[in-house]
Design a protein around this ligand. Structure first.
Ligand SMILES: [Zn+2]
Length: 507
């Protein structure tokens, strides 16, 4: 950057870094980055996010080289002081406080002089950090993490001359804790529940959650108007992404946003890397009911270096070494010769929205639905149901209630593998009988004994995709027949099937 331009810029610290009394600059997880010398310390303390680099240089004549070093290390960012006043107003909705930068950061940077971007995070309350995945997990208070994540997003918004807003909606891990009436997180509790939290994150959200978010959206769009609205496609397995997409699409169908704004969907990064077919599935779901999406790939090569820069702000969530290759891979064009981001303009909304058609596991659910239908109907009045739970539900009470409703006269004997036990152990219902199975071998033995038993009542099995495939393969060899058992990959798949039947009045 030429000096004259550099001096007009304002420097802002990345909120993840702070200088300790011992002279070490540390990240949020208290990992030391470097020890600052006396000169560097003075310059670091003079960075307040408001005064220009010229003013810092006037106070500290050696400031220039230190500021450049801080910037090269990613400890601070240089902010352009002025943007054109007349710019197009664009709302970019993101599920979490980082998705917009990862997914459409290049486009926002490339268009920042023509567009004033407002980034709206649906989940503004979070205790999620990269530290949860450390070999010794680190937990922080929700207020601390929420403040930090909002500050990261505010810094990113400043770099594109925009603003950041967030709803008060808690993210999925916090909603899991709420559902389990346990808001006091501890390391022990987190370790016990980490698999169940993961299952919750991958479980389809409830109608209640969608209603809460739709109310927030309705209030927001009543008060705020934008020329363009960019929404996430909701690609992949994260229920917050799915919830954001479904709630916004539902509101587009109900409100008049499409009359006053051009609305686009964007590919969620990095999920697009693993789920390219999900994108095609959503386009098909639009086409199926007379909707129309027009997809355009925009080259962002000239903004790619700056995009990497803004992606690197979110240190509380990812190490740049982890996230940058994934963001880069997602933006690579098919020929690998340039970088791009895609926007899908909503030309026409579908005449009817079937949310299952947008769901990433729709194929699995439809397959399960086909297999389960006859058994659910035949055994509806059964007095006894056996349920084998080999992996956490994520939503124990809601999922078990659906099973109780599907078999209204039955007592349900539940055999639970030890990895799923902590989530269910406190559940109480007069028709549910829980039993813990101590080892994987015992679980498999009990399951096979139930399937080979002369008793041919309904057996429900939730065991994950791999084990379910093995079971299907065994069935094909006629070791036991599958006329009385339903094998689901996940509790979410089974719950989706049962809920679908209820909604169609088939239970
Ligand atoms: Zn996200």
């Amino acid at each position: 950057m030429e000096n004259s331009k550099f001096f007009t810029f304002v420097t802002e610290k990345n909120p993840n870094f702070s200088l300790g009394d011992d002279g070490y600059l540390k990240d949020f997880f208290s990992r030391p980055e470097a020890k600052l010398n006396a000169d560097e310390t003075k310059v670091w303390h003079s960075i307040d996010g408001f005064i220009s680099n010229r003013d810092i240089e006037i106070r500290h004549p050696s400031a220039l080289k230190h500021l450049v070093k801080f910037h090269d290390k990613g400890w601070c960012e240089f902010i352009e002081p002025h943007f054109p006043i007349a710019r197009k107003s664009v709302l970019v909705v993101e599920p979490h406080m980082d998705d917009a930068a990862f997914s459409v950061g290049g486009l926002m940077l490339a268009r920042r002089n023509e567009c004033r971007f407002t980034i709206l995070s649906m989940t503004g309350v979070s205790n999620y950090t990269e530290g949860m995945g450390f070999s010794t997990p680190m937990l922080f208070p929700t207020t601390t993490v929420s403040r930090l994540r909002n500050a990261e997003s505010a810094l990113m918004a400043r770099m594109i001359g925009g603003e950041h807003l967030s709803f008060s909606m808690p993210d999925a891990p916090l909603r899991y804790a709420d559902l389990n009436k346990n808001s006091s997180w501890s390391i022990e509790w987190f370790i016990q529940h980490s698999l169940a939290i993961e299952a919750f994150i991958k479980h389809r959200a409830s109608l209640d959650e969608r209603c809460i978010i739709e109310k927030l959206i309705a209030d927001f769009i009543e008060k705020n108007k934008y020329e363009e609205v960019w929404l996430p496609m909701g690609l992949g397995w994260h229920s917050d992404h799915e919830l954001t997409r479904d709630a916004w699409l539902n509101m587009l169908g109900q409100c008049a946003i499409l009359n006053s704004s051009n609305v686009y969907l964007y590919n969620d990064v990095p999920y697009i890397n693993e789920y390219p077919l999900h994108c095609e599935q959503i386009i098909d779901a639009f086409n199926k009911h007379d909707g129309c999406l027009h997809s355009v790939e925009y080259e962002i090569s000239s903004a790619m270096e700056e995009k990497k820069r803004i992606v690197g702000i979110y240190r509380s969530q990812f190490s740049p070494l982890d996230i940058l290759p994934r963001v880069e891979y997602a933006a690579r064009s098919k020929s690998s010769s340039f970088y791009q981001e895609t926007l899908h303009r909503i030309v026409r909304m579908p005449s009817k929205i079937n949310f299952l058609n947008f769901y990433s596991r729709a194929q699995n659910v439809k397959l399960l639905e086909g297999n389960a239908e006859k058994i659910l109907t035949k055994y509806h009045k059964s007095k006894r149901v056996r349920l084998f739970v080999g992996m956490p539900f994520g939503r124990t009470s809601e999922d078990l209630l659906l099973i109780l409703q599907a078999f209204p006269d039955a007592n349900v004997e539940v055999r639970v593998a030890s990895n799923a036990w902590d989530e269910v152990k406190d559940y109480v219902h007069p028709r549910i009988f829980l039993g813990k199975v101590s080892s994987k071998l015992n679980f498999a033995s009990l399951l096979f004994a139930a399937l080979l038993s002369p008793w041919k009542g309904p057996v429900l099995v939730i065991v994950g995709e791999r084990a379910r495939r093995i079971m299907n393969a065994i069935c094909r060899r006629k070791v036991f027949n599958d006329s009385h058992f339903i094998a689901a990959d996940t509790a979410s798949d089974l719950a989706t099937v049962l809920l679908g039947r209820q909604e169609r009045g088939e239970r």
